[in-house]
Design a protein around this ligand. Structure first.
Ligand code: SF4
Length: 344
């Protein structure tokens, strides 16, 4: 069996706010093999971005934050390391691509400076070698005339080109794991597809593991090996991507899939939405956190937190777990469908 590149056990990231403690990530466990791609999906506020930053070691224990559980990356416990030790992981072991390229790029520094600084610091390259490597990286991420782009400022590039530069920066030290946090949200639709396809292509070419964090199910479909659905800080479903999309077990995943616009839908038909709002994370409901929005909810759902398990009788060929007392075992059932005795 392959040794996991990333192993996360019972991770909890809690922010201490004036309104109370908020467990933005609440008991997440996952494992990722070298070269594997994982999609983490959920609505805004589901904790997926906080999870990504905690895995990277950007959110750590502090006066206003408590982090418990463990994150083992390439065999090293990220949260047991000093800040200086953690910095040695950033670049060669793990790198991150953020949502808005302009927040990752300094507007008064040229593109070349962004790239060569990291290369000279981490790989100890001299000026000439760093510039050559920077040119090659820009070429690999599909930027035309890469040598000329090195002497341009970020504002001289389009949004898509800027995000390609950010991806090139993340690739500079050949990371084993790339965490892409909503990498296409700030881009228009056609550029979104190009960037997502580029990430999938780079993952294959470099045997690089990728965690793709997105609110958009379409972004992870067909581009990731596995998908993990998050709701209110917890993982509610996880399996192979085709399995989650083809046979969702959790009503929340089912509702997310049902809210994707369908090309073959009748003209002017209404888009389906998930009624209600995610819970207040300073005082979440006691049982299933999706219960206030789930028409299948019963008394057990409202009082007892469901745990991740494979509910299929006899299991299946592919591991598939969901945290639900009344999983959708007989195909997709609309969230509003009434609960019957047989469901128990
Ligand atoms: Fe939660 Fe119950 Fe709905 Fe499952 S059926 S998602 S446990 S409320």
């Amino acid at each position: 069996m392959t040794t996991p590149l990333l192993e996360v056990t019972d991770l909890r990231t809690t922010f201490h706010t004036p309104r109370g403690d908020v467990a933005a990530v609440d008991g997440v466990s996952l494992s990722l093999a070298p070269g594997e791609t994982l999609g983490i999906v959920g609505e805004s506020g589901s904790g997926k971005s906080v999870l990504g930053r905690t895995l990277m070691g950007l959110i750590t224990q502090g006066p206003t934050t408590t982090v418990t559980g463990s994150v083992k990356l390439a065999g090293q416990d990220v949260h047991a390391m000093t800040a200086k030790q953690r910095r040695t992981l950033w670049g060669p072991t793990v790198a991150m691509v953020f949502q808005d390229p302009m927040t990752s790029l300094n507007p008064v520094k040229k593109v070349g400076t962004h790239l060569t600084e990291a290369l000279r610091l981490q790989l100890k390259l001299d000026r000439k070698a760093a510039r050559e490597r920077a040119t090659e990286l820009l070429r690999q991420v599909g930027i035309p005339e890469p040598a000329r782009r090195l002497d341009q400022y970020p504002h001289e590039l389009s949004g898509g080109m800027r995000q390609r530069v950010v991806i090139a920066m993340a690739l500079a030290c050949d990371p084993q794991l790339l965490i892409a946090d909503e990498p296409t949200t700030a881009l228009d639709v056609t550029v979104q597809k190009q960037i997502l396809d580029l990430l999938a292509q780079l993952s294959q070419e470099r045997q690089m593991a990728i965690i793709l964090v997105s609110h958009d199910l379409g972004a992870v479909a067909g581009r990731t090996d596995r998908t993990q659905v998050m709701y209110a800080g917890r993982v509610v479903e996880t399996s192979a991507t085709a399995e989650v999309f083809g046979s969702p077990l959790h009503p929340y995943s089912d509702a997310l899939l049902a809210s994707i616009p369908q090309l073959d839908a009748a003209p002017h038909s209404r888009l389906r939405a998930i009624e209600g709002r995610p819970p207040n994370m300073a005082s979440p409901p006691p049982g299933c956190r999706f219960a206030p929005r789930c028409a299948r909810a019963d008394d057990l759902c409202r009082t007892e937190m469901p745990q991740l398990r494979d509910p299929r009788p006899g299991g299946g060929a592919v591991p598939h777990t969901a945290a639900c007392h009344l999983p959708l075992l007989d195909g997709r059932i609309p969230v509003g469908a009434p609960v019957t005795e047989e469901d128990h």
